[in-house]
Design a protein around this ligand. Structure first.
Ligand SMILES: NC(=O)c1ccc[n+]([C@@H]2O[C@H](COP(=O)([O-])OP(=O)(O)OC[C@H]3O[C@@H](n4cnc5c(N)ncnc54)[C@H](OP(=O)(O)O)[C@@H]3O)[C@@H](O)[C@H]2O)c1
Length: 305
């Protein structure tokens, strides 16, 4: 089968190559999925899981991309809950070969059914940002209707999902980012916007929840805005920053079939809009991940139409 592979960590996305790889075989509890659309998570080529397995053994050449939509073509021993021929989407194991390939072996429990009226491109695009925003706001942030949430990077891939989910959940949403992100953030539903290059974060006043994607000084300043009992949720990695009278939770997104089913329903009924940038074919994939100018929104690779 054809796949995008990486062998050189230092090269980043520039080291991606379209190559021929053996078709995967299903392990216990796996399905084989014929990939229709898939994508990568921003920093995944810098994570150890792209280069080594759980025993720390070199697993190059590895196939990146852990967000996918496709069709089940085979079931492994003991696999339950999915059928051959079923449309699915989901988030796959970071330490196994990923979905920038014509086929992938993936644990069935990491996938959810993709309704027939949702395009594979949309399915792939909502997996990681949808789950990350959902888990950050609702599982870790315990967001309630009527609360105020500060969403950093509100025009970005994850931030735009967090803005929409928080608004739909009845929160008051303040977005942040660069000046050119203002319009997109407001279109996604933010009620206020802070241009971090120009405005002072302090002017925002008290918030109940911060959804942080940046880390560093922005995280520090944000913690000072959190009301007593509030939470700082961050996807930017571990931090020592704590609100004076609240919690800091750093987390990494995990697969969740029930949440994916809920998220795709929100897409179907118009409450959630995916943030898709470039859509490229398999042959265009390497160039699409190495754009000549900064691209916005999720880059999706269509392996089949
Ligand atoms: N822990 C987890 O589970 C998890 C899951 C997913 C993602 N992540 C991480 O979360 C981060 C965000 O991911 P993403 O996919 O949402 O990225 P993204 O689409 O690039 O979104 C970031 C947004 O913030 C803006 N921005 C970036 N740097 C800024 C700065 N210094 N000042 C003001 N605005 C700035 C960007 O604007 P421009 O487009 O103009 O740069 C963009 O609108 C990445 O580091 C990613 O690896 C973590």
């Amino acid at each position: 089968m054809k796949a995008i592979v990486v062998t050189d960590q230092a090269a980043g996305t520039a080291g991606m190559k379209l190559a021929e790889r053996p078709e995967p075989q299903p392990a216990i509890g796996d399905v084989i999925v014929q990939v229709y659309a898939s994508c990568i998570t921003g920093d995944e080529l810098s994570w150890p899981s792209t280069w080594v397995d759980r025993q720390n053994r070199d697993r190059t050449p590895s196939i990146p991309g852990h967000e996918l939509a496709g069709v089940v073509t085979a079931l492994g021993y003991g696999t339950t809950g999915l059928s051959v021929g079923q449309r699915v989407f989901g988030l796959t194991d970071w330490t196994r070969d990923g979905a920038l390939a014509e086929y992938i072996a993936v644990e069935a429990r990491n996938l959810a059914p993709l309704p027939g009226d949702v395009d594979f491109t949309v399915g792939a695009a909502i997996v990681m940002p949808g789950l990350t925003a959902w888990q950050g706001l609702f599982d870790h942030g315990r967001l309630q209707a009527g609360q105020t949430v500060l969403v950093h990077g509100a025009a970005g891939i994850v931030g735009s999902m967090a803005v929409q989910l928080a608004r739909a959940a009845g929160a008051y949403v303040i977005g942040t980012g660069r000046a050119d992100g203002r319009k997109a953030a407001l279109d996604f539903g933010a009620q206020e916007y802070v241009d971090l290059d120009k405005d002072k974060l302090k002017k925002v006043g008290g918030v109940d929840l911060v959804f942080d994607v940046f880390g560093g000084d922005v995280t520090k300043q944000s913690a000072e805005l959190i009301r007593a009992g509030g939470t700082l949720v961050t996807i930017a990695g571990p931090t020592d920053v704590r609100p004076a009278n609240g919690l800091t939770i750093d987390f990494v997104v995990v697969p969740d079939r029930a949440q994916l089913s809920e998220i795709v329903q929100w897409v179907r009924d118009g409450r959630l809009r995916p943030n898709i940038g470039t859509i490229a074919t398999m042959d265009e994939a390497v160039a699409a991940f190495n754009p000549t100018k900064r691209s916005k929104g999720k880059t999706i690779i269509r392996f089949r139409s």
